[in-house]
Design a protein around this ligand. Structure first.
Ligand code: 13P
Ligand code: SF4
Length: 359
């Protein structure tokens, strides 16, 4: 595959113009998808924006575009490759745009967990993987009768799974699993955490047998920063404030919040709230800052945290990388293609298709 050197620190306006020019030259041959955590200078070039669920649907429904340029992170680009048509190529402008949470569950560890768990409970368990996971994990889930979920449909997917079997192994985000399971009425005592760095997950056979929901010990480094104290502080600082958080936040934070939502859900809830509503939002800062600008002055929107709470891997997709990827396409060179091996993609697609069918 042809490679070209990245330009060094070009002026910001020049890069914006180069992206627009390459975009014009490519016309309908390219579709640019942008996740809500992308910075403004990137997301303004997206044809479509969304949360990870919506972007997966969009990738599956644009077969006219030869190229899907994905402004998001690696697991999202992999899912787009799996769901798009065979003639389409998915491009991630910076291949180092990964996800620290997805990296917390490696396929060998998950296979060990699955083997050890089924040795204890037999076939009485359904695997569910969060979208934020490598394609190899989605393939395992597809093979073993499970489904993928995202933060916007985790409840529906868990309902589906529990209609099939009495237990679920949920990975890699313990917080999404716990927050969702608890809201479905599963008591915390019926959940256990599998630590991949401990023998048999650090659990006894009794604990494995007693768990309806077995949660992988993984988390998002961005959402894990939010604490219950921050909720209290914002409530003191802004009388009447409503708190909305992403379900990747810790249980104690989610319990204190007024609402929980995926990135798309947070945007919709805040946009649809009555004028005068004040919101403190527990999610990535690029999204919160954009919302604050869009909603002012009718609604007040602030971050739950005072610190600079950005997703550093999402932030790797910057205008120079986007310009570079598009200009190479104009020149007929494919750079940073994300391609899941065929058999893995076939198995992972089973798990993704199940998710897309679950209502
Ligand atoms: P959404 O499913 O809400 O897009 O979230 C994806 C993600 O990575 C959040 O950290
Ligand atoms: Fe991964 Fe967290 Fe970034 Fe989402 S915000 S992409 S879970 S590191």
């Amino acid at each position: 595959m042809a490679q070209a050197a990245l330009p060094v620190a070009p002026a910001a306006e020049d890069v914006q113009e180069r992206i627009a020019a390459a975009r014009r030259a490519l016309g309908q041959r390219v579709v640019i998808l942008g996740h809500h955590y992308q910075r403004d200078e990137v997301i303004r070039h997206a044809d479509f924006t969304g949360d990870s669920f919506k972007l997966a649907q969009l990738a599956a429904s644009h077969p006219e575009a030869e190229y899907i340029v994905f402004c998001g992170v690696h697991f999202m680009a992999e899912s787009a490759d799996i769901l798009s048509a065979p003639h389409q190529k998915v491009i991630l402008p910076d291949l180092d745009a990964g996800c620290t949470m997805a990296d917390m569950a490696e396929i060998g560890q998950v296979e060990d967990c699955w083997d050890q768990m089924t040795a204890v409970v037999g076939q009485d368990v359904v695997p569910v993987t969060y979208m934020n996971s490598a394609a190899s994990l989605k393939a395992l889930v597809g093979r073993e009768g499970g489904a993928v979920c995202t933060s916007s449909n985790a409840r529906a997917v868990l309902d589906w799974a529990f209609r099939r079997k009495p237990r679920v192994l949920f990975f890699p985000d313990q917080h999404l699993g716990r927050n969702t399971g608890y809201r479905m009425g599963i008591p915390l005592e019926q959940m256990a955490v599998w630590d991949p760095n401990e023998d048999r997950g650090g659990l006894t056979e009794e604990q494995i047998r007693g768990a309806r929901l077995l949660l992988w010990k993984g988390h998002c480094s961005v959402h894990n920063r939010f604490t219950p104290d921050m909720v209290d502080r914002r409530r003191e600082q802004i009388p009447g404030v409503k708190v909305i958080v992403h379900p990747e936040c810790r249980f104690e934070v989610a319990q204190k919040a007024d609402a929980i939502g995926s990135t798309e859900g947070i945007i919709k809830t805040i946009h649809e709230s009555p004028a005068g509503t004040k919101w403190a939002v527990g999610t990535e800062l690029n999204l919160v800052s954009r919302l604050a600008r869009e909603c002012a002055p009718e609604r007040q929107v602030v971050s739950l945290d005072d610190c600079f709470c950005v997703c550093s891997t999402m932030f790797r997709i910057d205008p120079p990388h986007l310009a570079w990827a598009l200009e190479n396409l104009v020149e007929g060179r494919l750079v940073n293609v994300v391609k899941v091996p065929d058999e893995m993609a076939r198995q992972a697609r089973v798990a993704l298709d199940r998710m897309l069918e679950i209502r």
